[in-house]
Design a protein around this ligand. Structure first.
Ligand SMILES: Cc1cc2nc3c(=O)[nH]c(=O)nc-3n(C[C@H](O)[C@H](O)[C@H](O)COP(=O)(O)OP(=O)(O)OC[C@H]3O[C@@H](n4cnc5c(N)ncnc54)[C@H](O)[C@@H]3O)c2cc1C
Length: 456
Protein backbone atom coordinates (compact mmCIF):
# COMPACT_ATOMS: atom_id res chain seq x y z
CA UNK A 1 0.00 0.00 0.00
CA UNK A 2 1.55 3.30 -1.06
CA UNK A 3 1.02 6.10 1.43
CA UNK A 4 -0.02 9.37 -0.11
CA UNK A 5 1.20 12.66 1.25
CA UNK A 6 -2.32 13.19 2.68
CA UNK A 7 -2.06 9.87 4.54
CA UNK A 8 1.30 10.92 5.87
CA UNK A 9 -0.23 14.12 7.17
CA UNK A 10 -2.95 12.15 8.96
CA UNK A 11 -0.26 9.93 10.36
CA UNK A 12 1.90 12.74 11.67
CA UNK A 13 -0.68 15.40 12.36
CA UNK A 14 1.51 17.83 10.45
CA UNK A 15 -1.11 19.39 8.19
CA UNK A 16 -0.87 22.73 10.01
CA UNK A 17 2.89 22.69 9.74
CA UNK A 18 2.77 22.13 6.01
CA UNK A 19 0.35 25.00 5.50
CA UNK A 20 2.79 27.33 7.26
CA UNK A 21 5.76 25.79 5.51
CA UNK A 22 4.49 26.00 1.95
CA UNK A 23 3.49 29.64 2.43
CA UNK A 24 7.03 30.39 3.51
CA UNK A 25 8.74 28.16 0.98
CA UNK A 26 7.89 30.47 -1.95
CA UNK A 27 10.21 33.12 -0.49
CA UNK A 28 12.98 30.84 0.71
CA UNK A 29 16.00 31.48 -1.48
CA UNK A 30 18.59 30.57 1.15
CA UNK A 31 21.08 33.17 2.39
CA UNK A 32 20.97 35.06 5.68
CA UNK A 33 19.95 33.29 8.85
CA UNK A 34 17.02 35.37 10.10
CA UNK A 35 15.84 32.98 12.81
CA UNK A 36 12.19 33.30 11.74
CA UNK A 37 9.87 30.82 13.46
CA UNK A 38 6.44 29.51 12.57
CA UNK A 39 4.41 30.71 15.55
CA UNK A 40 1.91 27.84 15.53
CA UNK A 41 4.38 24.99 15.32
CA UNK A 42 7.79 26.11 16.45
CA UNK A 43 9.42 24.72 13.29
CA UNK A 44 12.38 26.85 12.29
CA UNK A 45 11.79 28.39 8.86
CA UNK A 46 15.10 30.23 8.43
CA UNK A 47 17.93 28.57 6.49
CA UNK A 48 20.17 26.24 8.50
CA UNK A 49 23.54 27.80 9.39
CA UNK A 50 25.61 26.19 6.65
CA UNK A 51 27.50 27.78 3.72
CA UNK A 52 25.51 28.59 0.57
CA UNK A 53 25.63 25.85 -2.06
CA UNK A 54 28.53 26.27 -4.52
CA UNK A 55 27.16 23.79 -7.03
CA UNK A 56 24.17 21.49 -7.38
CA UNK A 57 23.34 20.36 -3.85
CA UNK A 58 22.89 16.78 -2.69
CA UNK A 59 21.36 16.59 0.79
CA UNK A 60 21.58 13.28 2.62
CA UNK A 61 19.39 12.54 5.66
CA UNK A 62 21.11 9.91 7.80
CA UNK A 63 24.85 9.49 8.40
CA UNK A 64 24.91 5.75 8.84
CA UNK A 65 26.60 3.13 6.68
CA UNK A 66 24.65 4.29 3.64
CA UNK A 67 24.68 8.10 4.03
CA UNK A 68 28.36 8.27 4.97
CA UNK A 69 29.31 6.24 1.90
CA UNK A 70 27.17 8.30 -0.47
CA UNK A 71 28.49 11.64 0.88
CA UNK A 72 32.09 10.52 0.40
CA UNK A 73 31.68 8.98 -3.04
CA UNK A 74 29.51 11.72 -4.60
CA UNK A 75 32.20 14.22 -3.62
CA UNK A 76 34.98 11.91 -4.80
CA UNK A 77 33.32 11.35 -8.17
CA UNK A 78 32.52 15.03 -8.78
CA UNK A 79 34.03 17.54 -6.32
CA UNK A 80 31.91 20.34 -7.86
CA UNK A 81 28.76 18.89 -6.32
CA UNK A 82 27.87 20.40 -2.95
CA UNK A 83 27.11 17.70 -0.37
CA UNK A 84 25.35 18.18 2.97
CA UNK A 85 25.15 15.13 5.23
CA UNK A 86 22.83 15.46 8.22
CA UNK A 87 22.27 13.27 11.23
CA UNK A 88 20.39 13.68 14.49
CA UNK A 89 23.24 12.01 16.38
CA UNK A 90 26.37 13.94 17.42
CA UNK A 91 28.61 10.86 17.50
CA UNK A 92 28.71 7.80 15.25
CA UNK A 93 28.33 4.43 16.92
CA UNK A 94 28.06 1.34 14.73
CA UNK A 95 25.62 -1.51 15.22
CA UNK A 96 28.03 -3.90 13.53
CA UNK A 97 30.72 -5.11 15.98
CA UNK A 98 28.52 -3.84 18.86
CA UNK A 99 27.78 -7.39 20.10
CA UNK A 100 31.52 -7.80 20.73
CA UNK A 101 31.57 -4.50 22.64
CA UNK A 102 28.46 -5.36 24.71
CA UNK A 103 30.08 -8.64 25.77
CA UNK A 104 33.37 -6.98 26.72
CA UNK A 105 35.51 -8.46 23.93
CA UNK A 106 36.31 -5.11 22.27
CA UNK A 107 36.33 -1.59 23.79
CA UNK A 108 33.60 0.98 23.18
CA UNK A 109 36.12 3.13 21.29
CA UNK A 110 36.24 0.55 18.52
CA UNK A 111 32.69 1.30 17.37
CA UNK A 112 32.61 5.03 18.25
CA UNK A 113 33.64 7.52 15.57
CA UNK A 114 33.71 11.21 14.70
CA UNK A 115 31.34 12.52 12.00
CA UNK A 116 33.53 15.62 11.60
CA UNK A 117 36.50 13.46 10.59
CA UNK A 118 34.42 12.11 7.69
CA UNK A 119 33.40 15.66 6.71
CA UNK A 120 37.00 16.95 6.82
CA UNK A 121 38.43 14.07 4.82
CA UNK A 122 35.50 13.90 2.41
CA UNK A 123 35.27 17.68 1.93
CA UNK A 124 31.51 17.83 2.55
CA UNK A 125 29.36 19.63 5.14
CA UNK A 126 28.14 17.71 8.17
CA UNK A 127 25.04 19.19 9.83
CA UNK A 128 23.96 17.79 13.16
CA UNK A 129 20.21 18.16 12.78
CA UNK A 130 16.98 16.17 12.77
CA UNK A 131 14.88 16.27 9.59
CA UNK A 132 11.29 16.91 10.67
CA UNK A 133 9.48 17.51 7.40
CA UNK A 134 10.23 17.43 3.70
CA UNK A 135 8.54 19.58 1.08
CA UNK A 136 9.25 17.75 -2.17
CA UNK A 137 7.53 20.39 -4.32
CA UNK A 138 9.83 23.18 -3.13
CA UNK A 139 12.73 20.75 -2.48
CA UNK A 140 13.28 21.78 1.11
CA UNK A 141 14.17 19.74 4.19
CA UNK A 142 12.91 21.26 7.45
CA UNK A 143 15.18 20.56 10.40
CA UNK A 144 15.55 21.71 13.99
CA UNK A 145 18.49 23.82 12.72
CA UNK A 146 16.50 25.46 9.92
CA UNK A 147 15.79 24.76 6.27
CA UNK A 148 18.08 23.09 3.74
CA UNK A 149 17.33 23.28 0.02
CA UNK A 150 18.32 20.42 -2.26
CA UNK A 151 18.61 19.50 -5.90
CA UNK A 152 18.86 15.81 -5.05
CA UNK A 153 17.71 14.36 -1.72
CA UNK A 154 18.89 11.03 -0.34
CA UNK A 155 16.88 9.47 2.48
CA UNK A 156 19.13 6.98 4.28
CA UNK A 157 17.59 7.03 7.77
CA UNK A 158 17.72 3.30 8.59
CA UNK A 159 15.08 1.31 10.44
CA UNK A 160 12.61 1.97 13.22
CA UNK A 161 11.17 -0.75 15.43
CA UNK A 162 7.65 -2.05 14.87
CA UNK A 163 6.28 -3.14 18.26
CA UNK A 164 2.67 -3.34 17.05
CA UNK A 165 2.44 -7.16 17.28
CA UNK A 166 3.50 -7.06 20.93
CA UNK A 167 2.03 -3.79 22.17
CA UNK A 168 -1.15 -3.71 20.05
CA UNK A 169 -1.04 0.08 20.28
CA UNK A 170 -0.43 0.25 24.06
CA UNK A 171 2.27 2.95 24.19
CA UNK A 172 2.87 2.49 27.93
CA UNK A 173 3.72 -1.16 27.32
CA UNK A 174 5.86 -0.28 24.28
CA UNK A 175 7.80 2.33 26.26
CA UNK A 176 8.33 -0.10 29.15
CA UNK A 177 9.64 -2.78 26.76
CA UNK A 178 11.94 -0.31 24.98
CA UNK A 179 13.27 1.06 28.25
CA UNK A 180 13.73 -2.15 30.21
CA UNK A 181 14.57 -4.68 27.51
CA UNK A 182 15.72 -2.79 24.36
CA UNK A 183 16.44 -4.83 21.26
CA UNK A 184 19.86 -3.17 20.83
CA UNK A 185 19.60 -3.23 17.04
CA UNK A 186 19.77 0.56 16.76
CA UNK A 187 23.19 1.52 18.09
CA UNK A 188 23.55 4.05 20.91
CA UNK A 189 21.95 4.00 24.35
CA UNK A 190 20.44 0.57 23.63
CA UNK A 191 23.95 -0.80 23.06
CA UNK A 192 25.08 0.71 26.38
CA UNK A 193 22.06 -0.77 28.20
CA UNK A 194 22.86 -4.21 26.78
CA UNK A 195 26.52 -3.83 27.77
CA UNK A 196 25.56 -2.97 31.33
CA UNK A 197 23.05 -5.85 31.51
CA UNK A 198 25.79 -8.28 30.51
CA UNK A 199 28.36 -6.77 32.87
CA UNK A 200 25.85 -7.23 35.71
CA UNK A 201 24.58 -10.68 34.72
CA UNK A 202 23.80 -12.75 37.78
CA UNK A 203 22.54 -15.81 35.92
CA UNK A 204 19.12 -17.23 35.19
CA UNK A 205 17.34 -16.97 31.86
CA UNK A 206 18.38 -14.28 29.37
CA UNK A 207 15.93 -14.11 26.46
CA UNK A 208 17.03 -13.06 22.97
CA UNK A 209 14.12 -12.80 20.52
CA UNK A 210 14.49 -13.10 16.75
CA UNK A 211 11.80 -11.33 14.70
CA UNK A 212 10.22 -12.40 11.40
CA UNK A 213 10.40 -10.36 8.18
CA UNK A 214 13.62 -8.98 6.72
CA UNK A 215 15.01 -7.67 9.99
CA UNK A 216 18.29 -5.73 10.39
CA UNK A 217 21.32 -8.05 10.43
CA UNK A 218 19.91 -11.58 10.04
CA UNK A 219 22.75 -13.32 11.94
CA UNK A 220 22.95 -10.60 14.65
CA UNK A 221 20.63 -12.18 17.27
CA UNK A 222 22.32 -15.60 16.91
CA UNK A 223 25.79 -14.03 17.11
CA UNK A 224 24.75 -12.19 20.26
CA UNK A 225 23.31 -15.37 21.81
CA UNK A 226 26.65 -17.13 21.25
CA UNK A 227 28.61 -14.23 22.74
CA UNK A 228 26.40 -13.95 25.84
CA UNK A 229 26.64 -17.73 26.35
CA UNK A 230 30.41 -17.44 25.90
CA UNK A 231 30.45 -14.69 28.54
CA UNK A 232 28.46 -16.88 30.97
CA UNK A 233 30.76 -19.83 30.33
CA UNK A 234 33.95 -17.80 30.75
CA UNK A 235 32.73 -16.13 33.94
CA UNK A 236 31.16 -19.30 35.38
CA UNK A 237 27.73 -17.68 35.56
CA UNK A 238 24.90 -20.18 36.04
CA UNK A 239 22.44 -19.27 33.37
CA UNK A 240 21.25 -19.82 29.83
CA UNK A 241 20.31 -17.82 26.77
CA UNK A 242 16.80 -18.67 25.63
CA UNK A 243 16.59 -17.87 21.91
CA UNK A 244 12.93 -17.35 20.95
CA UNK A 245 12.90 -17.36 17.15
CA UNK A 246 9.76 -16.45 15.20
CA UNK A 247 11.29 -18.20 12.16
CA UNK A 248 11.17 -21.93 11.44
CA UNK A 249 14.96 -22.18 11.68
CA UNK A 250 18.07 -20.02 12.02
CA UNK A 251 17.76 -17.60 9.11
CA UNK A 252 21.38 -17.57 7.88
CA UNK A 253 24.62 -19.52 8.46
CA UNK A 254 22.34 -22.08 10.15
CA UNK A 255 24.85 -24.91 10.07
CA UNK A 256 27.58 -22.85 11.77
CA UNK A 257 25.29 -21.43 14.45
CA UNK A 258 23.57 -24.77 15.15
CA UNK A 259 26.90 -26.51 15.61
CA UNK A 260 28.09 -23.72 17.96
CA UNK A 261 24.82 -23.90 19.95
CA UNK A 262 25.01 -27.71 20.19
CA UNK A 263 28.67 -28.10 21.07
CA UNK A 264 30.23 -24.94 22.51
CA UNK A 265 27.07 -23.85 24.34
CA UNK A 266 25.16 -27.10 24.94
CA UNK A 267 24.45 -26.11 28.56
CA UNK A 268 24.08 -22.41 27.88
CA UNK A 269 21.76 -21.96 24.88
CA UNK A 270 18.24 -23.24 24.34
CA UNK A 271 16.98 -22.58 20.83
CA UNK A 272 13.20 -22.48 20.24
CA UNK A 273 12.07 -21.95 16.61
CA UNK A 274 8.52 -21.07 15.46
CA UNK A 275 7.91 -18.97 18.56
CA UNK A 276 4.97 -16.63 18.16
CA UNK A 277 4.86 -14.21 21.09
CA UNK A 278 1.32 -13.20 22.02
CA UNK A 279 1.99 -11.06 25.09
CA UNK A 280 4.88 -9.69 27.16
CA UNK A 281 4.56 -8.56 30.76
CA UNK A 282 7.65 -6.40 31.43
CA UNK A 283 6.94 -6.13 35.19
CA UNK A 284 6.38 -9.81 35.94
CA UNK A 285 8.97 -10.65 33.23
CA UNK A 286 6.79 -13.18 31.48
CA UNK A 287 6.58 -13.86 27.75
CA UNK A 288 3.41 -15.64 26.60
CA UNK A 289 3.78 -17.77 23.46
CA UNK A 290 1.36 -19.68 21.23
CA UNK A 291 3.13 -23.04 21.48
CA UNK A 292 5.08 -23.02 24.75
CA UNK A 293 2.78 -21.09 27.09
CA UNK A 294 4.20 -18.60 29.58
CA UNK A 295 7.97 -18.30 29.95
CA UNK A 296 9.63 -16.44 32.80
CA UNK A 297 12.85 -14.53 32.12
CA UNK A 298 15.43 -12.79 34.31
CA UNK A 299 16.66 -10.40 31.64
CA UNK A 300 16.25 -9.93 27.92
CA UNK A 301 17.05 -8.17 24.66
CA UNK A 302 13.64 -8.10 22.97
CA UNK A 303 14.15 -7.53 19.24
CA UNK A 304 10.78 -6.60 17.67
CA UNK A 305 9.88 -6.54 13.99
CA UNK A 306 11.44 -3.66 12.03
CA UNK A 307 9.93 -1.08 9.68
CA UNK A 308 11.16 1.82 7.56
CA UNK A 309 12.12 4.96 9.47
CA UNK A 310 9.11 7.28 9.95
CA UNK A 311 10.66 10.15 7.96
CA UNK A 312 9.67 8.16 4.83
CA UNK A 313 5.99 8.46 5.76
CA UNK A 314 6.43 12.13 6.61
CA UNK A 315 8.00 12.67 3.17
CA UNK A 316 5.18 10.67 1.52
CA UNK A 317 7.57 8.08 0.04
CA UNK A 318 6.66 4.97 2.05
CA UNK A 319 4.93 1.74 1.07
CA UNK A 320 4.57 -1.61 2.78
CA UNK A 321 7.06 -4.11 1.31
CA UNK A 322 6.50 -7.87 1.27
CA UNK A 323 8.73 -8.02 4.33
CA UNK A 324 8.10 -4.96 6.49
CA UNK A 325 5.89 -1.91 6.96
CA UNK A 326 6.61 1.53 5.49
CA UNK A 327 9.76 0.92 3.46
CA UNK A 328 10.80 3.11 0.52
CA UNK A 329 8.57 3.34 -2.53
CA UNK A 330 11.41 3.33 -5.08
CA UNK A 331 12.39 1.93 -8.45
CA UNK A 332 14.59 -1.00 -7.30
CA UNK A 333 17.10 -0.42 -10.11
CA UNK A 334 17.63 3.32 -9.67
CA UNK A 335 16.69 3.84 -5.99
CA UNK A 336 14.64 6.86 -7.10
CA UNK A 337 11.23 7.47 -5.54
CA UNK A 338 8.39 6.47 -7.85
CA UNK A 339 7.13 9.76 -9.33
CA UNK A 340 9.97 11.89 -7.91
CA UNK A 341 13.37 11.17 -9.47
CA UNK A 342 15.07 13.84 -7.36
CA UNK A 343 14.69 11.70 -4.23
CA UNK A 344 16.73 8.52 -3.67
CA UNK A 345 16.19 6.11 -0.74
CA UNK A 346 19.01 3.77 0.26
CA UNK A 347 20.35 1.48 2.97
CA UNK A 348 18.09 -0.47 5.31
CA UNK A 349 14.92 1.35 4.12
CA UNK A 350 15.12 -0.21 0.65
CA UNK A 351 12.17 -2.58 0.03
CA UNK A 352 14.23 -5.15 -1.90
CA UNK A 353 15.00 -8.29 0.08
CA UNK A 354 18.74 -7.56 0.28
CA UNK A 355 20.48 -8.13 3.57
CA UNK A 356 19.98 -5.17 5.90
CA UNK A 357 23.66 -4.88 6.68
CA UNK A 358 26.52 -2.39 6.63
CA UNK A 359 28.55 -4.01 3.85
CA UNK A 360 25.46 -4.08 1.65
CA UNK A 361 24.71 -0.41 2.43
CA UNK A 362 28.33 0.53 1.72
CA UNK A 363 28.69 -1.22 -1.65
CA UNK A 364 25.19 -0.10 -2.67
CA UNK A 365 26.06 3.46 -1.57
CA UNK A 366 29.03 3.58 -3.94
CA UNK A 367 26.82 2.53 -6.86
CA UNK A 368 24.09 5.03 -5.95
CA UNK A 369 26.67 7.83 -5.51
CA UNK A 370 27.93 7.30 -9.08
CA UNK A 371 24.35 7.26 -10.33
CA UNK A 372 23.48 10.51 -8.54
CA UNK A 373 26.43 12.17 -10.27
CA UNK A 374 25.21 10.81 -13.63
CA UNK A 375 21.66 11.97 -12.91
CA UNK A 376 22.84 15.49 -12.07
CA UNK A 377 24.74 15.48 -15.39
CA UNK A 378 21.45 14.80 -17.19
CA UNK A 379 21.77 11.03 -17.71
CA UNK A 380 18.71 8.76 -17.31
CA UNK A 381 19.10 5.92 -14.82
CA UNK A 382 17.64 2.45 -15.25
CA UNK A 383 18.40 -1.29 -15.46
CA UNK A 384 21.65 -0.55 -17.32
CA UNK A 385 23.03 1.64 -14.55
CA UNK A 386 22.19 -0.95 -11.85
CA UNK A 387 24.74 -3.34 -10.43
CA UNK A 388 24.53 -5.64 -7.46
CA UNK A 389 25.60 -4.65 -3.95
CA UNK A 390 27.80 -7.12 -2.12
CA UNK A 391 26.91 -8.61 1.24
CA UNK A 392 29.91 -9.70 3.30
CA UNK A 393 29.00 -10.57 6.84
CA UNK A 394 31.12 -12.11 9.59
CA UNK A 395 29.53 -13.35 12.82
CA UNK A 396 31.50 -14.09 15.97
CA UNK A 397 30.50 -17.34 17.63
CA UNK A 398 33.15 -17.16 20.37
CA UNK A 399 34.64 -14.02 21.90
CA UNK A 400 37.76 -15.04 23.77
CA UNK A 401 39.68 -16.66 20.92
CA UNK A 402 37.66 -14.70 18.37
CA UNK A 403 36.14 -17.40 16.22
CA UNK A 404 33.79 -16.38 13.46
CA UNK A 405 31.77 -17.67 10.52
CA UNK A 406 30.88 -15.68 7.41
CA UNK A 407 28.71 -15.30 4.33
CA UNK A 408 29.22 -13.41 1.08
CA UNK A 409 26.61 -12.90 -1.63
CA UNK A 410 25.53 -10.75 -4.51
CA UNK A 411 22.00 -10.41 -5.92
CA UNK A 412 20.41 -11.03 -9.32
CA UNK A 413 16.98 -10.08 -10.63
CA UNK A 414 14.66 -13.01 -11.26
CA UNK A 415 12.43 -11.95 -14.19
CA UNK A 416 9.86 -14.69 -13.57
CA UNK A 417 9.40 -13.90 -9.88
CA UNK A 418 9.95 -10.16 -10.37
CA UNK A 419 12.21 -10.05 -7.34
CA UNK A 420 15.86 -10.32 -6.39
CA UNK A 421 17.56 -13.51 -5.23
CA UNK A 422 21.02 -14.37 -3.91
CA UNK A 423 23.69 -14.89 -6.60
CA UNK A 424 27.30 -16.07 -6.30
CA UNK A 425 26.68 -16.81 -2.63
CA UNK A 426 29.00 -18.74 -0.34
CA UNK A 427 29.49 -19.33 3.36
CA UNK A 428 32.31 -20.32 5.67
CA UNK A 429 30.67 -21.98 8.65
CA UNK A 430 33.45 -23.91 10.37
CA UNK A 431 34.20 -22.03 13.56
CA UNK A 432 36.50 -24.70 15.03
CA UNK A 433 40.09 -25.00 13.80
CA UNK A 434 41.98 -22.44 11.73
CA UNK A 435 39.03 -21.46 9.58
CA UNK A 436 37.17 -20.05 12.60
CA UNK A 437 40.24 -18.20 13.90
CA UNK A 438 40.82 -16.71 10.44
CA UNK A 439 37.15 -15.69 10.47
CA UNK A 440 37.71 -13.86 13.77
CA UNK A 441 40.68 -11.95 12.33
CA UNK A 442 38.66 -11.28 9.19
CA UNK A 443 35.81 -9.85 11.29
CA UNK A 444 38.00 -7.30 13.09
CA UNK A 445 39.81 -6.29 9.88
CA UNK A 446 36.46 -6.02 8.03
CA UNK A 447 35.17 -3.70 10.79
CA UNK A 448 38.26 -1.47 10.55
CA UNK A 449 37.85 -1.43 6.77
CA UNK A 450 34.24 -0.22 7.13
CA UNK A 451 35.29 2.67 9.40
CA UNK A 452 38.03 3.63 6.90
CA UNK A 453 35.40 3.60 4.14
CA UNK A 454 33.16 5.94 6.16
CA UNK A 455 35.64 8.37 7.70
CA UNK A 456 38.98 8.40 5.81
C1 LIG B 1 23.82 -5.47 16.85
C2 LIG B 1 24.05 -5.26 15.38
C3 LIG B 1 24.93 -6.08 14.70
C4 LIG B 1 25.16 -5.87 13.34
N1 LIG B 1 26.09 -6.66 12.70
C5 LIG B 1 26.37 -6.42 11.42
C6 LIG B 1 27.42 -7.15 10.77
O1 LIG B 1 28.07 -8.01 11.37
N2 LIG B 1 27.68 -6.87 9.47
C7 LIG B 1 26.99 -5.92 8.79
O2 LIG B 1 27.30 -5.69 7.60
N3 LIG B 1 25.98 -5.22 9.36
C8 LIG B 1 25.67 -5.43 10.66
N4 LIG B 1 24.67 -4.71 11.27
C9 LIG B 1 23.71 -3.91 10.45
C10 LIG B 1 24.19 -2.54 10.04
O3 LIG B 1 24.68 -1.80 11.14
C11 LIG B 1 23.04 -1.79 9.38
O4 LIG B 1 22.44 -2.62 8.42
C12 LIG B 1 23.52 -0.54 8.68
O5 LIG B 1 24.04 0.35 9.66
C13 LIG B 1 22.40 0.13 7.91
O6 LIG B 1 22.86 1.35 7.39
P1 LIG B 1 21.85 2.58 7.14
O7 LIG B 1 22.73 3.70 6.71
O8 LIG B 1 20.73 2.17 6.29
O9 LIG B 1 21.23 2.88 8.58
P2 LIG B 1 21.98 3.41 9.89
O10 LIG B 1 23.39 2.97 9.90
O11 LIG B 1 21.09 3.06 11.03
O12 LIG B 1 21.99 5.01 9.72
C14 LIG B 1 20.81 5.75 9.72
C15 LIG B 1 21.14 7.13 10.30
O13 LIG B 1 20.04 8.02 10.05
C16 LIG B 1 19.90 8.88 11.16
N5 LIG B 1 18.54 9.43 11.13
C17 LIG B 1 17.37 8.76 11.16
N6 LIG B 1 16.33 9.60 11.06
C18 LIG B 1 16.84 10.84 10.94
C19 LIG B 1 16.27 12.13 10.81
N7 LIG B 1 14.94 12.32 10.76
N8 LIG B 1 17.10 13.21 10.75
C20 LIG B 1 18.45 13.04 10.82
N9 LIG B 1 19.04 11.84 10.94
C21 LIG B 1 18.26 10.75 11.00
C22 LIG B 1 20.21 7.97 12.36
O14 LIG B 1 20.58 8.73 13.49
C23 LIG B 1 21.35 7.11 11.81
O15 LIG B 1 22.62 7.64 12.12
C24 LIG B 1 24.45 -4.86 12.65
C25 LIG B 1 23.58 -4.03 13.34
C26 LIG B 1 23.38 -4.20 14.69
C27 LIG B 1 22.49 -3.25 15.43
Amino acid sequence: MALSRRDAMKFTGLAAVTAAVSGYAKDNKGGANTSAKAPATGILLSPAPIPAAKGPRVVIVGAGASGLTIAKYVKKTNPKIDVVLMDKRSVFMSGFISNLVATGVLPLDFITHDFLEGARNGNYTFLQATAHEIDRTSKIVYTNEGTVKYDVLVLAPGIDYDYSKWSKGDVELETALKTKFPGAFIAGSETLTLKSKIENLEGGVFVQTVPGGNYRCLPGPYERSCLIADYMKRNKIKGKVLVLDENADITIKAQGFHSAFDTLYKDYIEYVPNTIITKIDPDKQIISTEMDGDLHFDDAALYSHVRGNKILEIAGVAKDSVFNKAEANIDPFTYQVIGDKNVFCTGDVRPMGFSKSANTANTEGKIVAKNIVKYLAGEELGRKTWSSPLTVCYSAVQGKEMRAISVHAEYAYDEAKKSFAFANAGTSEKWDGKEGLDGGKGLVEWGKGMYREFFN
